[in-house]
Design a protein around this ligand. Structure first.
Ligand SMILES: [Zn+2]
Ligand SMILES: [Zn+2]
Length: 226
């Protein structure tokens, strides 16, 4: 019979107490915490940086949030009914309609807080992004930073793909490129070894998950990264 397992939430200090003395599964969480804590920033930045080191990228996109974790100008709340009905009175909270604010989802989502709670756009651009960018540049972390107004990325992620025809691995940077249908850019399409071309609706050279980070020689800081 399988042994019973317990779940528990621990602080960083408590996690250190089981460091090296636990199952592989638990140790991976301890290691994750040690990586995050090692950056020495706030826990939100720490978590973002740890993920960025793993994926090679710092990205963000717009999303809707129901409150901001950082500032107090965007609290949880609900819109009120504008008129009475059989089920509610005018002015009552509509619990199906939480407040919505424009927010940011970094690196495809958080672990420490999920759902609709998050970071508002103002806090992202004024607090977190400048802090992250400064740390990445100063410590020369091999992370590709999404296009922004503060700084240009020093590194580019170069994905390894595998050819559907010859089975050889290649870097995206070595591949021939083709224009997109919209004509607004190009995409990597051609195997440098056998010449096989991927088509939008046909065979494609699959991304393997391996990658390398390439340093871009000429970058200029736009300033404001302080
Ligand atoms: Zn905020
Ligand atoms: Zn090939």
């Amino acid at each position: 019979m399988k042994r019973k397992e317990y779940s528990v939430s621990l602080t960083y200090e408590e996690l250190l107490l089981i460091d090296g003395k636990c199952s592989e599964k638990s140790q991976s969480i301890v290691d994750q915490a040690k990586t995050e804590y090692g950056f020495g920033l706030d826990y939100i930045c720490n978590e973002i940086l740890a993920k960025s080191m793993k994926t090679g990228k710092l990205t963000w996109r717009y999303t809707e949030i129901s409150s901001c974790k950082t500032c107090d100008t965007k609290p949880y709340g609900y819109y009120k009914y504008a008129r009475s009905s059989r089920y509610h009175r005018k002015g009552d909270c509509n619990y199906n309609a939480p407040f919505k604010y424009s927010g940011i989802e970094p690196n495809g989502g958080f672990i420490s807080f999920s759902g609709m709670s998050g970071i508002c756009r103002k806090c992202w651009y004024n607090v977190y992004l400048p802090k992250l960018v400064k740390y990445i540049i100063e410590n020369d972390l091999p992370i590709e930073i999404q296009k922004n107004d503060i700084v240009e990325t020093k590194y580019k992620k170069d994905d390894v793909r595998i050819c559907f025809n010859c089975g050889e691995k290649m870097y995206e940077s070595e591949m021939g490129r083709r224009s997109t249908l919209m004509g607004d850019g190009t995409y990597p399409s051609k195997c440098p070894k056998c010449g096989a071309e991927s088509l939008l609706l046909g065979n494609s050279h699959e991304v393997t998950g391996e990658f390398t980070m390439r340093k871009i020689a000429h970058t200029t800081e736009k300033g404001g990264a302080e």
